[in-house]
Unconditional design. Structure first.
Length: 274
């Protein structure tokens, strides 16, 4: 019998012909989802050379799951839901704190020490040890969140499912994402980086060094940088307009990342809060 990854790819080639009655395909797909749920598989990870490696066949399994599951109605107290996917369970055994109002879909992985305030974690996401997902924050499908990360209130981490080889959002260890920030479309925040409140980051938004004016990247805030939402002026035939950018206002030593009082003072100097 072909290996599980080969079988998933074969099922994906005929996805339009599949339905919930296809027992063999569903068996293979459910095995992948179980391994995702338990943290034995990941949609993506950072390689030794610092590149994000996407496991296409794992994302294919998630897409197949939606094809192979039928809508089902469930009730929790006075609430009724109609969905194709079920939710995670056994949080206590996993060492995860989940506050009422929070939910995570089966097929996401929450490491020991994760705290979910009223928030949402979608299928395929991976959340590292001791990370806080604060109130009304959303971790989208397949997003990869590191250890000791703080996703502040209202943060939106975008999901990426299609195409299967698309790079998901990656937030590396020890990062701090300020309230109401939006990190989407495969953008990446480096280890120990701090984003001020309301920062918007996607692969088309330039990240600029405030001291030199140099464009450091697009859609990637480097390790141990403090970055804030900003605008830069551009001239067009129709006039002058301001386009979004992310401005790196400070580079931190590794130990500075955990001095929240100093970080708050630094961001307030730029008119930004955490």
């Amino acid at each position: 019998m072909p290996a599980l990854d080969e079988r998933i790819s074969q099922w994906f080639d005929v996805i339009s012909d599949l339905s919930p009655t296809d027992v063999e395909a569903r068996r293979d797909v459910e095995e992948v989802i179980t391994q995702l749920d338990e943290g034995r598989l990941r949609v993506a990870e950072i390689s030794g050379n610092g590149e994000v490696v996407v496991h296409d066949w794992v994302k294919q399994a998630i897409l197949l799951l939606f094809r192979l599951r039928a809508l089902e109605t469930s009730e929790v107290g006075p609430f009724e839901y109609v969905d194709k996917l079920d939710l995670k369970h056994d949080f206590e055994r996993a060492g995860v704190r989940v506050v009422p109002g929070a939910s995570a879909r089966r097929g996401s992985f929450l490491s020991r020490g994760v705290v979910l305030m009223p928030s949402y974690v979608n299928i395929g996401a991976w959340v590292g040890p001791n990370t806080m997902v604060d109130t009304w924050a959303t971790v989208g499908s397949c997003a990869q969140i590191g250890a000791n990360v703080h996703l502040s209130g209202g943060v939106g981490i975008g999901g990426v499912l299609e195409p299967p080889n698309a790079v998901p959002v990656v937030i590396e260890d020890d990062a701090f994402i300020g309230s109401r920030s939006m990190i989407v479309d495969g953008a990446r925040v480096g280890r120990g980086a701090v984003l001020g409140a309301g920062t918007v980051l996607n692969p088309s938004i330039p990240v600029i060094d405030a001291e030199t004016g140099e464009t450091l990247s697009k859609g990637y805030v480097p390790d141990y940088c403090v970055a804030v939402n900003a605008q830069r002026k551009r001239e067009y035939p129709g006039g002058e307009f301001y386009l979004p950018c992310v401005l790196v206002v400070r580079r931190l030593e590794e130990g500075e990342r955990h001095n929240k009082t100093a970080l708050n003072d630094l961001l307030r100097d730029h008119g930004i809060a955490t």
